[in-house]
Design a protein around this ligand. Structure first.
Ligand code: ZN
Length: 73
């Protein structure tokens, strides 16, 4: 299942335009190839990144450029 997402930071209460995509996976509930995606603005990339990294979930951080191509699964 793929759905469109607004190009907006995923941090709680933040309405900033996203500039980063954080790809993550929770091994307890996701198969290894599954990727969840969070969007982050410049301010929240470290916050969201360290949140995921501390749990061992963070797989990849990539620049977020084209909203049309953004998809969350
Ligand atoms: Zn933000």
């Amino acid at each position: 299942m793929v759905e469109e997402i607004a190009p907006q930071c995923s941090a709680k209460g933040c309405r900033a335009t996203a500039t980063w995509q954080l790809h993550w996976n929770n091994p307890k509930i996701h198969t290894p190839e599954r990727r969840k995606t969070w969007l982050a603005c410049d301010d929240h990339r470290p916050t969201l990144g360290s949140f995921l990294d501390a749990r061992g979930f963070l797989r990849e951080v990539t620049p977020f450029i084209a909203p049309e191509s953004a998809a969350v699964s």
